[in-house]
Ligand binder design. Structure first.
Ligand SMILES: Cc1ncc(COP(=O)(O)O)c(C=O)c1O
Length: 349
């Protein structure tokens, strides 16, 4: 039997691109060329309007929902579920019997709720008390049941796992851990669409970035981007993974040589405030030749202010890549070829 490494990540990114091209609310997100306060030109991939959800996470969970429903459909009918069948009554009738459960620092839950609503399924989202109440209202607006579970993100993750095992709901996490790796890979497969959009833009423009700053919570976005960049970008940039100093679990894992928890105070970069890395994401990052950079709370807040002033209203989580870029500027600006890319990963709700 072929040995399957649970940490392998070989995304079917063409399938993800094809899936989103079928979705009415899909459009390539804007790539903006901006000038920072110090005059440094940089590329900003603006995810703040993505599919009406306001964050790149709209590309992850909705895609995974469709794939999970496809598996259930196949188990019931022996047929492959194609994206054009998702609105058909027989498929929706089966979807209506399905509930997707997850924990969320905010945006992943919105993705699960939107994905479930799109196919006619139910969703139940576990939120820790650190998540702003505005997310709960938006989740309810997408038809989700919201459960306040625990004081910190980790406790809401444990609650979602318990929920799925007790109720039969399907767990749709964006993090991964031993024994739970396949669904998070599908979430990451959805994020690969961002890298493909960027590759197409840079091929056309001919101005490739020299450095790409990737903010990370559990690491799914950073790993999907790093994998795709190393796989098929014509010009190879340096890759910098950016975490709050208060939740630098990927950096800690890199230093320890094994997936490692990193404790710290609550971070104002709430969507990045994950103390446990995704084991799949960490493994991918380790083979993609990345460096790790942490950001203080103050640097995160100033970055949000600066990017918002440049016309993209965002949060410290959304602007963290830009924040890291600013901390490195004095080292880099002497190099005339320094042309960084950051992802503005969420808007101001
Ligand atoms: C706005 C924003 N940026 C970045 C991230 C980090 O993504 P990941 O947890 O996949 O590392 C998240 C995760 O929720 C997010 O919501």
């Amino acid at each position: 039997m072929k040995h399957v490494d649970i940490l392998d990540f070989a995304p079917d990114f063409k399938r993800a691109v094809a899936f989103f091209k079928e979705q009415q609310n899909y459009a390539v997100s804007p790539l903006r060329r901006l000038q920072g306060p110090d005059g440094q030109t940089f590329w900003a991939k603006d995810e703040t309007g993505r599919m009406g959800l306001g964050a790149f996470k709209a590309l992850g969970a909705p895609y995974a929902v469709a794939r999970l429903l496809g598996d259930t459909w196949f188990a019931h009918t022996g047929e492959t579920l194609t994206p054009d069948r998702l609105l058909d009554a027989d498929v929706r009738a089966l979807a209506a019997t399905q509930t997707f459960a997850c924990a969320s620092a905010g945006n992943h839950g919105l993705g699960v709720a939107a994905g479930a609503q799109a196919v006619g399924a139910k969703s139940r989202i576990h939120l820790a008390r650190t998540v702003p109440a505005s997310f709960a209202e938006r989740l309810k607006g997408l038809g989700a049941e919201v459960v306040w579970s625990g004081t910190v993100y980790d406790e809401s993750v444990a609650a979602a796992i318990a929920d799925a095992s007790q109720t039969g709901a399907t767990l749709l996490a964006d993090g991964s851990w031993p024994g739970y790796t396949e669904t998070p890979k599908w979430v990451m497969e959805g994020y690969c669409v961002i890298a493909e959009e960027l590759r197409a833009s840079f091929e056309t423009l001919g101005h490739w970035p020299s450095h790409v700053y990737l903010q990370a919570g559990v690491g799914g976005l950073a790993a999907a981007m790093a994998h795709m960049i190393r796989l098929n970008w014509t010009v190879q940039p340096e890759l910098i993974v950016v975490e709050p100093a208060a939740a630098a679990c990927l950096k800690a894992s890199h230093e320890a040589g094994t997936a490692t928890r990193s404790d710290g105070p609550d971070s104002n970069m709430g969507r990045l405030d994950c103390k446990e890395p995704s084991i799949v994401a960490w493994h991918v990052l380790e083979r993609c030749n990345v460096t790790y950079q942490t950001l203080s709370e103050k640097e995160g807040a100033s970055a949000a202010e600066a990017v918002t002033k440049l016309g993209i209203a965002t949060t410290p989580s959304g602007a963290a890549g830009f924040g890291a870029l600013c901390t490195q500027l004095s080292d880099k600006t002497n190099g005339k070829d320094f042309l960084p890319l950051v992802i503005i990963s969420e808007g101001l709700a």
